[in-house]
Ligand binder design. Structure first.
Ligand SMILES: [Zn+2]
Ligand SMILES: [Zn+2]
Length: 224
């Protein structure tokens, strides 16, 4: 029955047709509540602009479902909230066919001390040009932990998309390529990701960066 219809097309909305029965004889306005919706809960939903396709089915303007990218990008900070090293509290989700296959965040291997409890474990790395970079080596990166989780539970990752807090480091980029990940979506840029971008491009892995700005984290003044 019509009252269960979850959405109407833009053209139907313009014509005032196709709405639920109690909306008959008037146009749908942006302030109309969606039948069965919770206005208080909807009020906290982010304001998002709908795509431009005029004939694409949409819900009444008071609420729009997030796209799949928006959905998974929105989950990344929640995963990252479990991270245990403030050198970069990153999270990662690996997704196929709109389903989450595995997830990971920056942290020590299970059973080992975390940076938040034991402090960072610094190591200097000397590059070929003699420059010295300092890394915290206590933790496993978010992308690596997601890959390890897939390995632990026998989950193939060919053809997947990885959603992550920032562009992956070069090691993570190579591991994602090797695991069969075909697309990377990063919330922000990693300030030292030049090599990662080259690797992903050379391997044909699409890289999309949500916000074109560097991710900021503690002790960023140490080159990494
Ligand atoms: Zn650390
Ligand atoms: Zn990494």
């Amino acid at each position: 029955m019509n009252s269960a219809r979850p959405y109407q097309t833009r053209s139907a909305r313009r014509a005032g047709a196709g709405a639920a029965p109690d909306w008959h004889n008037r146009r749908v306005s942006a302030n109309d509540p969606i039948p069965g919706s919770n206005p208080a809960a909807d009020a906290v939903a982010p304001a998002l602009s709908p795509p431009g396709d005029a004939d694409r089915p949409v819900e009444p303007a008071a609420r729009r479902r997030p796209s799949w990218d928006e959905y998974f990008v929105g989950l990344v900070p929640m995963v990252a909230g479990r991270a245990t090293c403030d050198r970069g509290r990153s999270g990662a989700l690996i997704v196929r066919d709109h389903r989450i296959i595995c997830s990971g965040y920056v942290g020590s291997p299970p059973g080992l001390a975390h940076c938040d409890d034991a402090g960072h474990l610094w190591r200097n790395v000397i590059d070929d040009d003699g420059s010295v970079r300092t890394h915290c080596v206590r933790t496993v990166h978010a992308e690596q932990n997601a890959l390890a989780q897939a390995a632990k539970y026998g989950l193939p990752l060919a053809g997947t998309t990885c959603y992550c807090t920032m562009e992956p480091c070069a090691t993570c980029a190579m591991l994602l390529i090797s695991a069969g990940v075909e697309r990377v979506v990063a919330l922000r840029r990693y300030h030292a990701a030049a090599q990662s971008r080259e690797l992903l491009a050379a391997a044909g892995v699409r890289l999309d960066v949500w916000h074109d700005e560097d991710q900021v984290y503690a002790d960023q003044s140490r080159p990494a």
